[in-house]
Ligand binder design. Structure first.
Ligand SMILES: *[C@@H]1O[C@H](CO)[C@@H](O)[C@H](O)[C@H]1NC(C)=O
Ligand SMILES: *[C@@H]1O[C@H](CO)[C@@H](O)[C@H](O)[C@H]1NC(C)=O
Length: 373
């Protein structure tokens, strides 16, 4: 999900840039790897690798290596990660993609592709090309100076060439055909780009913009399949109106009213998800599996029925006031809640590890159905 530098006044941005200049000494590191033989393979699956594309929901730290203000490789990010390492993941712990790779039995963490020190072993078992702040609309990534999806795909092509040089063309082809792919993006297109700026609202109605994004998504999936992808999961949108920053920006005029989800924003996400599922059904291509991954309903349920999940705060993030802070605004000087597992959101946009774990549990039946094949 994303980042909303556009919500920030210019002077604040300047401050942030200065702050980052002084805080770059806090460097992200790669977490220690769990021994491979500790991992088990449910259903004796032979999934070779996990490849990930998208935004901050699945970026394990690619933004550490590019020039953007949208980074989080400093505390309190990573507070509950192995060794409390602020790896560049936009949460307090692991991402759903880490949990998935670990569950499938591939490895414990999906590393960022841009990390220059990745071993061949790491490359062979999959990497994430995702970049916090990115989206299907190329303008979305431009707003935050992050990696657009088309460029993520280019990186995947470079990755393939690198692999072919290492293990040969045939084995690379086999590896790709037995790999799982996951694409998670779209939130920033609506929250940062469409509703956060004027660029697209001049020319698109909400409905037209939804169609525009669907076309971009379809093109991206076709490009992935052309590269040999056969199992692709596509994550839908969350209830956009429940993101703390969306609640904040829509209640500035009425700060004393109780905070609650802004239904009109969530409706845009929900509608988009239906259109996306419809598109995926129509794209049905023999030999390829496109699987829709619903996060809307589980996330909405967590917000509506927090007690069921051990949550007691659903409308603000754990970091800072929880109303607007993310990326550099959630920093070593921020007050942090005592127990992030009681919060649905870690910062004003991104879920906590606890929420990601619940999402993973919801998605597990879908993962199992693919692993059984
Ligand atoms: C997995 O393989 C092992 C050893 O070959 C076998 O004993 C076991 O029944 C298999 N499990 C499943 C779920 O197929
Ligand atoms: C944090 O909250 C979770 C979920 O409510 C709970 O299971 C856990 O015991 C809490 N941890 C601490 C240290 O209080």
């Amino acid at each position: 999900m994303g980042c909303s530098c556009m919500f920030l006044p210019y002077s604040l941005m300047l401050f942030l840039i200065l702050f980052i200049t002084f805080s770059t000494n806090i460097r992200a590191q790669t977490p220690p790897l769990t021994k491979k033989n500790l991992l088990i393979r449910p259903f004796n699956n032979t999934v070779s690798a996990l490849f990930v594309f998208g935004d901050s929901t699945v970026d394990p730290g690619n933004n550490n290596y590019i020039c953007t203000v949208l980074k989080c490789n400093f505390p309190p990010y990573g507070k509950d990660f192995v060794g409390h390492i602020p790896s560049g993941r936009f949460t307090n712990g692991r991402l759903v993609t880490d949990l998935m790779a670990s569950y499938i039995g591939i490895k414990e963490f999906v590393p960022p592709y841009l990390n220059p020190t990745l071993s061949l072993e790491e490359l062979l078992t999959g990497v994430s090309f995702a970049s916090g702040g990115s989206g299907f609309d190329p303008i979305t990534a431009q707003i935050s100076g992050v990696i657009p999806l088309e460029v993520q795909l280019k990186y995947f092509r470079s990755y393939k060439i690198r692999l072919e040089n290492e293990i040969g063309e045939e084995r690379t082809k086999l590896l790709i055909s037995k790999a799982a792919f996951l694409v998670s993006a779209g939130t920033n297109d609506f929250i940062v780009n469409y509703f956060g700026t004027q660029f697209r609202r001049y020319t698109f109605t909400v409905a037209a913009y939804q169609q525009f994004l669907l076309q971009k998504t379809q093109q991206f999936l076709q490009d992935l399949m052309a590269e040999g992808a056969r199992f692709i999961g596509i994550v839908g949108l969350p209830p956009l109106g429940c993101l703390p920053v969306v609640i904040t920006t829509n209640t500035v005029a009425t700060p004393l009213l109780p905070r609650e989800c802004i239904d009109s924003y969530s409706a845009v996400g929900n509608e988009y998800n239906w259109l996306l599922q419809n598109m995926l059904t129509n794209m049905d291509i023999p030999g390829t599996q496109l699987v829709y991954a619903d996060i809307y309903n589980p996330l909405y349920d967590m917000v509506q029925n927090p007690n069921k999940y051990g949550f007691d705060e659903v409308h603000r993030g754990c970091c800072g006031s929880g109303l607007f802070e993310l990326a550099i605004l959630c920093n070593p000087h921020s007050i942090v809640c005592f127990n992030a597992s009681r919060y649905v959101f870690w910062d004003a946009v991104h879920p906590t590890q606890a929420t990601y774990y619940n999402l993973f549990k919801f998605l597990r039946p879908i993962i199992d159905s693919i692993l059984k094949q």
